[in-house]
Write a protein that binds this ligand. Structure first.
Ligand code: PLP
Length: 391
């Protein structure tokens, strides 16, 4: 064999059987078959064997299988991000003429997709009050093909009565999808509470270090699996095995990170609730959070992200000054990593509510809670000096 040909020979030279504790990163598009008769192009690789890298390499499918096991799912699909997970669910369950329901408190780009791409495909998505509970029945129409829940909601943190919504939906034959990112798929048991499809932005807690973008879509049963699979294939939602490898590593420390984040976030939230400039703290484990009783009944813990509202009389400008004045809390979107973050949501669409630029969302990281509290305290002092200055 010419050395040039030798260079291209894919047969492994090293001894096989290296039993690493870490899942190997399998890169690859093409899968080699033994014979023409063995060639398949089937997305159901977990059952029917490997066919093509687009449907996942062993690294991806290892992550998928571990998540499915954790969540009690029939199967989990790994997709490029939480937003891709949302898109997959909409496109799998809705077609031209369909009606879907989404809580007003849903993740912003979910609602943006409803008003953008989905509208152009003649799919109508109607926003509903996240605290609606059994009242969801009145909104279900003959052509309702999907109900979204997201609990707690993004930024305003309403904890929904998911089991009640799922019960009513099941009675009407309408599938329920849940954005279970806050619970990392573990602090709220989606399938035990009647949900059909549970998605996560793995970008947040499973990744846990702000260095990957990845999502998951978990199917409750064979029916959900069959609804999602073909659309997953048609959309070509391939992911990087390197990102999956980081998510697998993230899973190993998920429990200790969540435990610590829960304690730190609660310490910060409880301190904030005692501050004179704070009107309310929207943290699911505090009674001041809408749906707190649902959280208490249905969740096994709380996480790192929550919001607080400055009292009336504090201007939007002061709130901005406060956020700019923080040192340990960085200004940034996303959450679930090791670094504390703060961001103002000046224009939130929440019917009947005007937060007037006074709502701040925090992600508490792994820094010492006392340092974080000191950081917040000096920022409160800053806005007081601004108050005096402008008087
Ligand atoms: C971040 C987030 C998403 C989107 O995840 P990406 O991986 O950033 O696309 C979806 N839902 C919720 C609730 C989120 O917080």
């Amino acid at each position: 064999m010419d050395w040039r040909t030798k260079l291209l020979d894919p047969a492994p030279r090293a001894r096989s059987g290296y039993r690493s504790l870490a899942t190997p990163v399998y890169r690859g598009s093409t899968v080699v078959f033994d014979s023409q008769a063995d060639v398949t192009d089937d997305w159901r690789q977990a059952e029917n064997g490997y066919s093509y890298g687009l449907y996942g390499t062993p690294t991806t499918l290892e992550l998928a299988a571990r998540l499915a096991d954790l969540e009690g799912a029939r199967h989990t699909f790994i997709v490029p991000g939480g937003q891709a997970a949302i898109a997959l669910v909409y496109l799998a369950y809705c077609k031209a003429g369909s009606h879907a329901l989404v809580p007003v408190s849903a993740y912003g780009p979910n609602r943006e997709m409803a008003d953008g791409l989905l509208r152009s495909l003649a799919i109508t998505v109607e926003p509903y009050d996240p605290m609606i509970g059994s009242g969801i029945k009145d909104l279900i129409k003959d052509n309702t093909s999907l109900i979204w829940c997201e609990s707690p909601g993004s930024v305003t943190m309403e904890v929904q009565d998911v089991p009640e919504i799922a019960r009513v939906a099941r009675g009407c034959g309408v599938p329920v999808a849940l954005d279970n990112t806050y619970a990392a798929g573990v602090l709220f048991d989606a399938f035990a509470h009647g949900v059909d499809v549970s998605i996560q932005a793995l970008t947040k807690y499973v990744g846990g270090h702000s260095d990957i973008l990845l999502g998951s879509v978990s199917a409750r049963d064979d029916h959900a699996y069959a609804m999602l699979g073909p659309v997953y294939r048609q959309l070509g939602l391939a992911v990087s095995p390197d990102d999956c490898s980081l998510a697998l590593r993230g899973l190993q420390t998920l429990a200790v990170r969540l435990d610590r984040l829960q304690l730190s976030a609660l310490a910060v939230a409880e301190w904030l609730a005692r501050q004179a400039d704070v009107e309310t703290v929207l943290h699911p484990a505090l009674p001041s959070c809408p749906g707190h009783a649902n959280w208490k009944r249905d969740f096994t813990g709380s996480a790192s992200v929550f919001s607080f509202l400055f009292r009336t009389g504090i201007s939007a400008k002061q709130v901005e000054y406060f956020v700019n004045g923080l040192n340990l809390f960085k200004i940034g979107l996303s959450w679930g990593g090791v670094t504390s973050l703060a961001v103002v949501y000046p224009a939130l669409d929440r019917p009947g509510k005007n937060y007037g630029g006074r709502l701040v969302r925090l992600n508490v990281g792994l820094e010492e809670p006392l340092d974080l509290i000191n950081d917040l305290e000096q920022a409160f002092d800053l806005i007081e000096s601004l108050e005096r200055f402008s008087d």
